[in-house]
Design a protein around this ligand. Structure first.
Ligand SMILES: Cc1cc2nc3c(=O)[nH]c(=O)nc-3n(C[C@H](O)[C@H](O)[C@H](O)COP(=O)(O)OP(=O)(O)OC[C@H]3O[C@@H](n4cnc5c(N)ncnc54)[C@H](O)[C@@H]3O)c2cc1C
Length: 292
């Protein structure tokens, strides 16, 4: 890639280093742009050569197939500024960590997004996934998004976009650069309690002891995926190094030496078993990318 790029470029970068499941083959290019100008140059260079790109956060919801990613993976980790923009609005760049955003709001006496405190990852990933917990989703607390689309920085009001449970429809190649959140006045001590409760709950319920991507399947309407997986007798089932967690049956874990193929085969077994026992087709929440 051109020498005008100031950020980092790594070639044949193993994606297992950048995903919480610790599996995944190499990305042809793993790029860490320095700032928006750098990112625009990068995307323009890739676009001119018809090379696809995939923006990523911290890989907490990514299953990369074993042959890796043809094209570029773009990490937004350098975009981590958070700022107050007046009233009850704060703006966070895509690479900011969720908990850092909650803490920033707390210092201003603002709150309403405490439910993302313990969700591992960045704002970019949380926006794309409409991450949430306890029946809440981050996009309902979002006022607007700044996207890099077609080489331009564009602002969208959230109402202009199509989103739902663990889903935001973006166009191919769109990159979330920042999100503005509409918050409420909240005593810092109340936010502190929310954070503490959330982290404690996760320390107990989500402590599965092995690398995971959190819930592997979406909850079907009005149902818990874990309950259906349990009813199908899948708790603890293993394929190679991938296993349905003994602790939380909607977590598929890397119990040691798993490949992406192991996870995909295990997911198919779970989906078929649940379909047979409950008549429900589970859908993956984890984003599956790359070549088989
Ligand atoms: C232990 C554990 C617990 C979890 N608990 C929860 C939970 O309670 N609720 C929940 O919702 N999730 C949960 N997750 C899943 C995960 O933490 C979230 O989906 C999180 O939002 C992913 O953030 P990330 O930055 O790691 O995104 P990544 O995994 O890197 O990316 C996720 C998706 O977003 C896209 N993306 C990332 N950044 C951008 C960007 N800047 N622009 C456009 N697209 C982008 C990626 O291409 C990918 O499709 C959990 C995961 C773990 C490991």
């Amino acid at each position: 890639m051109t020498t005008e790029i100031r950020g980092q470029l790594r070639y044949n970068e193993p994606m297992s280093l950048h995903t919480s499941l610790k599996v995944g083959g190499p990305a042809d290019l793993y790029a860490i742009p320095e700032d928006a100008e750098d990112l625009q140059k990068m995307v323009s260079w890739l676009g001119q050569r018809n090379i696809p790109w995939l923006p990523v956060g911290r890989g907490y919801n990514l299953l990369v197939r074993d042959k890796g990613i043809r094209g570029a993976v773009i990490s937004l980790e350098r975009f981590d500024r958070i700022s107050a923009i007046g009233g009850a609005l704060i703006k966070a760049e895509a690479g900011a960590e969720n908990l850092a955003v909650v803490r920033f709001a707390q210092r201003l006496g603002l709150g309403g997004i405490g439910f993302i405190s313990g969700i591992p990852g960045t704002i970019g990933g949380a926006i794309k996934m409409n991450a949430g917990a306890y029946g809440e989703g981050l996009l309902a607390k979002t006022d607007r998004l700044t996207l890099l689309r077609g080489g331009k920085l564009l602002d969208f009001r959230i109402e202009e976009l199509d989103y739902g449970y663990r889903h935001l429809r973006l166009e191919e190649g769109d990159i979330v650069l920042a999100a503005t959140f509409k918050l409420e006045e909240r005593e810092p001590s109340c936010t502190e309690e929310e954070i503490r409760n959330d982290l404690e709950l996760r320390r107990t319920k989500h402590n599965v002891g092995y690398p995971s991507a959190g819930s592997f399947f979406k909850n079907p309407p009005g149902e818990g995926a874990w309950r259906l997986i349990d009813a199908a007798g899948m708790r603890g089932v293993k394929v190679g190094g991938a296993q349905v967690s003994e602790v939380h049956s909607n977590f598929l874990v890397n119990a040691g030496g798993a490949t992406a193929r192991d996870f995909l085969d295990l997911a198919t077994i779970v989906i078929n078993a649940v379909l047979t026992t409950s008549g429900v087709t589970l859908e993956e929440e984890v984003r599956i990318v790359g070549e088989i």
